[in-house]
Design a protein around this ligand. Sequence first.
Ligand SMILES: Cc1cc2nc3c(=O)[nH]c(=O)nc-3n(C[C@H](O)[C@H](O)[C@H](O)COP(=O)(O)O)c2cc1C
Length: 179
Amino acid sequence: MTRIVAISGSRREASTTRAALSVALDAAGDAGAETDLIDLGAVDLPLYHPDEDVQGDSEALTRRVREADGVLAGSPVYRGSYSSTFKNFHDFCGSDEYANTAVGLLATAGGGSYGGTLEHLRSTFRNVHAWTVPHEVGIEGASRAVETGENPAIVDDDVRRRTETLARVVVEHAERLRK
Ligand SMILES: Cc1cc2nc3c(=O)[nH]c(=O)nc-3n(C[C@H](O)[C@H](O)[C@H](O)COP(=O)(O)O)c2cc1C
């Protein structure tokens, strides 16, 4: 079965990024994939240190990415780029994790500008040989567009449709690239 893992780069309890990724994972499940969520706000992952092979949960987390056929990568817009939380985990990963992996990108913004975040995510994923799909999702005014809590939802219909399409495109390409 095709495996899709979502990685949420926010540490907030009421994270709109994690909520939007949950909606995407539901769509991936409906498209026939096995799904998994890595919430970087709920893991033990110290600041990456190049002299250490394994730190905290790093081995188990990188294995989950390595075993995935597709990844949904989500980050809040922080200072026009992606979050340090996301980058820290990304530094534990490399082409062993991402070669032959389809990756869909999602950014949540407090305001209306997410282009830089998607661009920076795209280039760093290309650097580790991931196949980033051309369909991407940026969510402006994320606190209004996304509901967090027990039943995460995207209340803006257009954004919800784009997010579900992102998931379906990643599943489709993950199936093609399957290791
Ligand atoms: C340190 C920091 C920097 C931020 N920088 C931006 C920014 O440059 N542009 C923007 O639109 N929103 C910015 N925001 C707002 C977040 O992108 C927004 O609240 C996002 O939805 C948070 O995602 P989360 O709910 O998953 O934590 C920033 C928030 C923080 C905490």
